[in-house]
Structure formats: structure tokens, C-alpha cells
Design a protein around this ligand. Structure first.
Ligand code: P1T
Length: 380
């Protein structure tokens, strides 16, 4: 089955009870047993729920993986991955990543004796000196949030070979429409399915996909033991979102290109970060590992002026000033004060997240309207 067919049919079967074509929302916490242990495969909805299981199969299918797991949020999915580790273990992570991930690593798991190294992942040479016998996980986000750096997944996978190190890739920004990390050698793919997979800004949801059975069993154990699962209604909404992922992503990419090219040529703009631009430092890696360049971009205005950045985001009318991304509607964000405020200023500025940075999640409206909106917001 090819990708566009998978988004609609992957892992899905008609409901065995009445043949419902769409998965029923099994809004139940528990299941009747005829005798103790005598059930139809479902006992309690923290462990299994038919609507969630349908979603988990869809996650696995679109990521070309074997096992899918759904969580109550992207953070809950990341939390489960780090719980695979033990005190004394070390993680190497990109230094440019979602602020909430940085917060979970440094403010929660460092207290449990896990050590995190944050580094630029622009080349494997930067990572080699950090690898030792305690290194158990490399955590990659690509494109990174919010600087749109592209990390070479195949090169990272090479580093893990023979070293008993897991490679996890947060594929939230790219989605499997653009890149499939398991195919490139990753062991774990993670999503904030809140974003492009669900696609309509109406759900908070997380996903993991793996191929290895033992790894899947350890993660299913953690999912049930810690219990950060999603409900059946949210599972249904995410499944419905996935069915249009391919058409939405195509338009997100087209619109982002139009917006990036407009901004690049605007006299007030200093720098546009979008991997599809030929002068993007990682354009070649993006071209080789992604099908297109995604709907997210960031930019700074000339003078690196914080007040100017705030003025622009306040004046936007079609772009809504809001956290999150990946919905059909366009959003604008100010990472330094919003999504990345939990990273200390000097730390975030090292990776380019300065006060003047604006991040756009380019939606699937008419690009002419989006460009007109940006134009009026940047007028003197
Ligand atoms: O919000 P949640 O579903 O828990 O996912 C967290 C998360 C993980 N990884 C990446 C790359 C993300 O962007 C996020 C959430 N990000 C935002 C809310 C944001 O506006 O960037």
C-alpha cells in the first residue's frame, strides 16, 4: 500500500459488530466478563480500547512501522521513552528543540539521575566525543522547533550501530508524509499528534512507533503502568485527521514556500528559516531525506528588534497568535516568550532563539490572503 492509501486505510478494518465503516467511539472504561478472565480481548481502557487500538494501528501503518502506541499528549509519549532508561544513563539531544521537551529532560528526569547532553547535531563529529558506555539514547528533532535545522537521521543512526544506543526521532514537524525515520535507521518515532497528524487544533495527543517487538513490549508496559493514555473521542478525531494528512501536507508545503519567498524578498526581513530555501544551511540534507520542506518557518526582522516582532504578531489578522502548530489554520508564535520560554535565555539564544524571532505555522488557506496579512502587519 502506498502512503496516500495508507492514511485512509492503513491498519483499519470495518467494525466487526455492525460493519461501521468509520471506527466507533468506544466510550467505555471497562468490558463485561462472562467469568473471571473470560472477556473478548478487552478488560480495562487504560490497557486497551478498540478506538485507541485502531488509531495505534494507523500510527504504525503511516510510519511504516510494526507497533504503534497512542498517548494523552506528545509529552506523555516522550516521558514513556525516557522511562526506558535507568539512573546513570546518558542521553544526547539536539540543543534546538521544543521547550517542553527540554523542560521534561532537565527539570524532571535529571532529578532521577539521567544525564542529558545538548549539542548541535549539524554533524556526527559534534556527537562522537559525547558518546560513552552510559549513552543509551540519541534524541533528534528534525526539522527542529523553532530554528528549522535539519538533522541527518541516517548519520545519527550510524552512530548508534553496535553501541546499544537507541535513536529516537521527534517527527512532529515533518510527519511521515515528508520523512519516515524508521526507514532511515531510527528505532523510535515520536509525534505530538496534536499537530499535523490530528491536523485541526482540536485534540492533544501523542504517538510512538517502533519495529522491535521487545522494545514495543517495554513501551506498552510503560503506557499501561504509567497510564498517560488518550481517550476514545480524541482517538477518533485523530484517526479522522490522519485520513487527510497527505492532502493537507501538500498544501502546507506549497503555502509555506509562497510565504517564505515573500518574506525573503521583503525589505524589512533579515533572515528566513525554511529548509526549502536554497540558502538554508541544511537544504541539501533536507532535499535528500524529506519529500518536501514542511509548513513551518521562522524569521527575524532587520534590527533584531523585540518590540517590532511583538508589533507584527499583534497586528496579524488571519494568522492567530497562539501556541501550537500543524492545524489547517495559520498560527503565529513568539518562541522566546511562548513555546520556548522554559529554556533559559542564554541557552536558547545559543541556538538562535532570540527575542526578535517569529515562528509561523502556515495553514492551508489561500496563500495570497496569508501574504497580504503579513504585508499589512509589517507596514510602518
Ligand atoms: O503539546 P504536546 O502534544 O504534549 O507535544 C509536545 C511537543 C513535542 N514535540 C514537538 C516538536 C512539539 O512541537 C511539541 C509541542 N509544541 C508546541 C505546543 C509548540 O507550539 O511548539
Amino acid at each position: 500500500m502506498k502512503f496516500n492509501t495508507k492514511t485512509i486505510h492503513g491498519g483499519q478494518e470495518h467494525d466487526p459488530a455492525y460493519g461501521a465503516v468509520m471506527p466507533p467511539i468506544y466510550q467505555t472504561s471497562t468490558y463485561a466478563q462472562s467469568t473471571p478472565g473470560g472477556h473478548k480481548g478487552y478488560e480495562y481502557s487504560r490497557t486497551h480500547n478498540p478506538t485507541r487500538n485502531a488509531l495505534e494501528k494507523a500510527f504504525a501503518s503511516i510510519e511504516n512501522g510494526t507497533f504503534g502506541l497512542a498517548f494523552g499528549s506528545g509529552m506523555a509519549a516522550i516521558d514513556a521513552v525516557i522511562k526506558l532508561l535507568s539512573p546513570g544513563d546518558e542521553v544526547i539531544s539536539t540543543n534546538d528543540l521544543y521547550g517542553g521537551t527540554y523542560r521534561l529532560f532537565t527539570k524532571v528526569f535529571e532529578n532521577y539521575g539521567i544525564k542529558f547532553h545538548f549539542t548541535s547535531m549539524s554533524s556526527p563529529e559534534k556527537i562522537l566525543p559525547l558518546i560513552n558506555n552510559n549513552t543509551k539514547l540519541i534524541w533528534v528533532e528534525t526539522p527542529t522547533n523553532p530554528m528549522m535545522n535539519i538533522i541527518d537521521i541516517k548519520a545519527m543512526a550510524e552512530l548508534t550501530k553496535g553501541n546499544n544506543i537507541l535513536l529516537a526521532v521527534d517527527n512532529t514537524f515533518a510527519t511521515p508524509y515528508l520523512q519516515q525515520p524508521l526507514e532511515l535507521g531510527a528505532h523510535i518515532v515520536m509525534h505530538s499528534a496534536t499537530k499535523y497528524l490530528a491536523g485541526h487544533s482540536d485534540v492533544v495527543m501523542g504517538a510512538l512507533v517502533v519495529n522491535d517487538k521487545l522494545l514495543a513490549e517495554r513501551l506498552y508496559f510503560l503506557q499501561n503502568a504509567s497510564g498517560a493514555v488518550c481517550g476514545p473521542m480524541d482517538s477518533f478525531l485523530t484517526l479522522r485527521g490522519i485520513k487527510t494528512l497527505h492532502v493537507r501536507m501538500q498544501r502546507h508545503c506549497e503555502n509555506a514556500r509562497a510565504v517564505a519567498e515573500f518574506l525573503e524578498n521583503h525589505p524589512k526581513i533579515d533572515k528566513v528559516y525554511w529548509p526549502g530555501l536554497e540558502d538554508h544551511p541544511n537544504h541539501e540534507i533536507a532535499r535528500s531525506q524529506m519529500k518536501d520542506y514542511g509548513g513551518m518557518l521562522s524569521f527575524i526582522t532587520k534590527g533584531n528588534d523585540y518590540d517590532e516582532a511583538v508589533r507584527i504578531v499583534e497586528r496579524l489578522k488571519i494568522f492567530t497568535l497562539a501556541e501550537s502548530l500543524g492545524g489547517v489554520e495559520s498560527l503565529a508564535g513568539h518562541p522566546a516568550s511562548m513555546t520556548h520560554a522554559s529554556i533559559p535565555k542564554e541557552e536558547r539564544e545559543k541556538s538562535g532563539v532570540i527575542d526578535a524571532l517569529i515562528r509561523l505555522s502556515v495553514g492551508i488557506e489561500d496563500s495570497e490572503d496569508l501574504i497580504a496579512d503579513l504585508k499589512q502587519a509589517m507596514q510602518d
